[in-house]
Design a protein around this ligand. Sequence first.
Ligand code: PLP
Length: 446
Amino acid sequence: MTYAVDTRAVHAGRADLAELGVHALPLDFSTTYPMHDQVAAGAALGAFADGAATAATPVYQRLYNPTTARFEQALAELEGTEAAVSFASGMAAITAVLQAACLMTERRHVVAVRPLYGGTDHLLSIGLLGLSVTWVDQDEVAGAIRPDTGLVVVETPGNPTLGLVDIATVCIQAGDVPVLVDNTFATPVLQNPARLGASYVVHSGTKYLGGHGDVLGGVVACAERRAGALRQVRILTGAVLHPLAGYLLHRGLSTLPLRVRAAQATAATLAVRLAVHRGISKVHYPGLPGSDPRGLVGRQMRGPGAMIAFETIGDAAAVVAALRLITPAVSLGSVDTLIEHPALLTHRLVDAQGKQTGGITPSLLRMSVGLEDVDDLWADLDQALTAAARATVSVAAPAAVPAAVDAQAAVLAAPVVAVPEPEAFALDAVSATSAQAVNGSAPVPA
Ligand SMILES: Cc1ncc(COP(=O)(O)O)c(C=O)c1O
């Protein structure tokens, strides 16, 4: 029986709860686990060191924790993959994939499509991990692949300008090279990259998965044959997810579909209103006409999402300073609406070329729409945009919201049902032989 995403979100990763006789997710804070049979404990430790998901005893929290393991299982069910491996943050998850796919395989070249989250961009650009990177447009991936390419990295919708990347086309271009898709903005509710051929589906759980701005975490959904190497990296680098974070992320999944769809409906309304506001020169939102030239909403994504970026006529930082309700803060995916200036904050460290390619201009703001009333949010945006624009140029009274504008928003916000949910595990095309080797002790080429 395959359940819909709303049902999975509530029940996934909880199969053992009835047997345990509990209703809420059990929290296990143990750092170590007593085991009188030291030979069996040693065998368990060896199994984890080889990349196993479970063993006879957890041995030690850095090797295994039942609370975080339940969250991993739930996330894998939502993404339609065999496995998921959690990490201390989204950046730790991305770093682990680079280590497993590039360092452990001696393929130290990465092909990446901009824009990416500023932290990911900076990590790749400065060569901290000893990797070289070729930045390309999404149609140029095939031409950039080399014999030593270990990974292709894309993010869709891209942070911060929300351009969409055609995942299936990139995966075909990548051939045998695994593709990492950062699915943080879309969430598994709106998009399942593994279905389209992605090998690693990464989330900053800090965002929509947790959903309340109170937990830092990351997770990679993938085939079991790739999960082993990620677990090996996690054990050695120690970038584990804390059990309390695993608990909060798992609890957050239960309301994820509701939160994403509600925020998306509000975002669609705001995007359409912003597009005709006098204080705005451009709105970036995948649901707006002309913003999705490849027709990926409805084919790849189940809806345009709840992130909006826009370019202001007045000083963008002054717009943020004038807001009274919307939270002026980095991060996204929280219950409250968050706004930030990418060029000054999240993408500050992206080099000039990257800023230009990624469209990260001084007038750009990125907004993560939350669960507040749409008209309250609009009133706040309207007054701040108008005040900032008036300080720059002479702007007449704020634009009223014509009925036709909201009618268009209602169409955008309607759920897009054309993209099927994952029915079975999506497995990427790595041979069974290399799968065995990845799960064994020796790192192998992917
Ligand atoms: C798309 C995306 N990926 C990854 C990250 C990094 O996640 P974390 O802050 O959990 O390390 C972020 C953070 O903003 C992000 O926006």
